[in-house]
Design a binder for this molecule. Structure first.
Ligand code: FE2
Length: 400
C-alpha cells in the first residue's frame, strides 16, 4: 500500500455536486483528493477476505444472541426482541454494512468497528471515488481499478430483494432529515432501488452446465440472436473482455466502443448513430448469474445511459433439465408497460426459440458416439470454463 500525494482535479467540487455529493466539505475538509492510496491486488484480497470472515463471525454472534436470548448484551429493547428473532429466523435479507479497519499493508487488518446500522460514506466510496479514478488516473493508466464494487453489489442486493418480494411491495427509507450527509446517502440508496423489474420463468430441456456455458459466453449472440439482442455485425465478438475470479464467483467484463446500438435497447430507447456498450456477467455458485448491461451514446460516461440487469436463478430439475427464474430490471421507462412487454417477449424468443433449438441439439448430440470429448476452446470461453471448474470443485467437496 502506497500513500501518494496528488494534485486534485480543478473541477472536483462541481463534479462531486453533480452526483449529489454536496456535503464534500462538511465540517471543513472532508473529501480530500490531495492524497490517495495505491493497493496491490493481494492487499485487496486480504481486505476482502477479512471483511467476509468478520461478517460471517458477526452472523454467528447474531445466531448466538437470538438462540440464547442474550439481547441484553446488545442493549436491544424488549419491545424489539421478538421482531429481531423473527427476522433472523426468516432469513430476511440485509442490504449493507461498513467495516472500519486499521491497515497499513502489513499483517492482518485490525477491526475498529462494524457499522451495520447506519453506514455512511456510501456515495463517496462508490460513485465519487470512481469518477475521480476515471478522470484522474485512468487516462494514463487504463487498467487501474477501484477496489470495491459497492455500486454494483448494492444494485445486486436490491435485485435480490425484488426476487423475494411480491410485486408492488413498498420500500420505506428513513434518515435524520436535517443531516445533509444522511440525506445524501439515503438519496443514493433510493436511486439504486429505483429500477423496474419484470419476471419470467422457464422449464428447459438441457443441463444447468449448458445453460451457464450459454450465458457466460454471449459472443454467440452475434450469430444466434441477430435482431433480438445483437445487431448481427460481429460487434460483440470484437469487444474487449476481461475475466476475474472473486473466490468462487466469476466475473466477465466486456467493453465495446463505437458500436451500432444493440437491439436489446434500440427498440425502447433513442440513441445516436454509435454507442458504447458495457456488459458484466457475474456468476455466484451454485446457480445465480447476473448480466449487467449498460449502453450510452459513444463517448458518454457509463452511468449516463440506460441499464438493464438480468438476473438468472437456475436450479437443476434433472441432469438434463432445469428451472430458470429470471428478473429483468431497468433504470429507464419505469412506468411503461409496453417496455415491460418488450423485455418479456425478447427474453422468451431468445431463450425458447433461439437458444432452445441449439442447446437442445447439443444436449442430444452429447449422448451420441463421436461427440467431441475435448471441445475446442477460445478466449471467449474463459468465463464459462471457470464456472464449470468452480461447480465441479463444489460438487466434489459436497460429495466428500
Ligand atoms: Fe443465447
Amino acid at each position: 500500500m502506497i500513500r501518494e500525494m496528488i494534485a486534485p482535479r480543478t473541477n472536483w467540487r462541481e463534479d462531486c455536486e453533480a452526483i449529489g455529493f454536496s456535503y464534500h466539505s462538511i465540517d471543513g475538509t472532508y473529501w480530500d483528493e490531495t492524497r490517495c492510496y495505491r493497493f496491490t491486488a493481494d492487499e485487496i484480497d486480504t481486505l476482502e477476505a477479512a471483511t467476509a470472515e468478520l461478517h460471517a463471525r458477526c452472523l454467528d454472534a447474531v445466531e448466538h444472541i437470538v438462540t440464547r436470548s442474550r439481547f441484553d448484551a446488545l442493549a436491544i429493547p424488549p419491545a424489539w426482541r421478538d421482531r429481531v428473532a423473527r427476522s433472523w429466523r426468516a432469513k430476511e435479507l440485509s442490504l449493507f454494512g461498513r467495516f472500519d479497519f486499521a491497515y497499513d499493508g502489513n499483517g492482518s487488518p485490525k477491526l475498529l468497528e462494524y457499522n451495520a446500522d447506519t453506514p455512511t460514506a456510501l456515495l463517496e466510496a462508490s460513485v465519487a471515488q470512481w469518477r475521480w479514478l476515471e478522470q484522474k488516473i485512468r487516462p494514463a493508466d487504463p487498467d487501474a481499478d477501484q477496489f470495491n464494487s459497492l455500486h454494483e453489489k448494492l444494485i445486486a442486493s436490491w435485485r435480490a430483494f425484488a426476487v423475494t418480494w411480491s410485486a408492488g411491495t413498498p420500500v420505506h427509507f428513513t434518515c435524520v432529515a436535517d443531516s445533509v450527509e444522511d440525506c445524501g446517502n439515503l438519496d443514493y440508496l433510493r436511486d439504486e432501488a429505483n429500477f423496474r423489474s419484470v419476471r419470467n420463468y422457464f422449464c428447459l430441456p438441457y443441463s444447468t452446465a449448458l445453460m451457464f456455458d450459454n450465458l457466460m459466453d454471449l459472443s454467440h449472440a452475434d450469430f444466434l440472436h441477430k435482431g433480438l439482442i445483437s445487431e448481427g455485425m460481429g460487434e460483440k465478438t470484437r469487444a474487449t473482455m476481461t475475466t476475474t475470479d472473486e473466490g468462487d464467483c466469476v466475473r466477465v467484463r466486456w467493453v465495446l466502443r463505437d458500436a451500432l446500438p444493440s437491439p436489446t435497447f434500440a427498440k425502447v430507447w433513442k440513441f445516436g448513430p454509435l454507442t458504447d456498450h458495457y456488459r458484466e456477467t457475474h456468476f455466484t455458485p451454485p446457480g445465480i448469474l447476473r448480466v449487467d448491461l449498460a449502453a450510452v451514446d459513444a463517448g458518454r460516461r457509463q452511468n449516463e445511459g440506460v441499464r438493464l440487469i438480468v438476473t438468472h436463478c437456475v436450479t437443476p430439475e434433472t441432469e438434463t433439465s432445469l428451472h430458470e427464474f429470471t428478473l429483468r430490471s431497468r433504470n429507464f421507462a419505469l412506468a411503461d408497460a409496453k417496455v415491460d412487454a418488450h423485455f418479456i417477449e425478447q427474453q422468451r424468443k431468445v431463450i425458447l426459440e433461439e437458444d432452445g433449438w441449439m442447446l437442445t441439439a447439443i444436449q442430444q448430440r452429447m449422448n451420441e458416439p463421436g461427440f467431441a470429448q475435448e471441445p475446442m476452446l477460445f478466449n471467449v470461453d474463459t468465463g464459462a470454463v471457470k464456472v464449470r471448474r468452480v461447480m465441479e470443485r463444489l460438487i466434489a467437496a459436497e460429495a466428500g
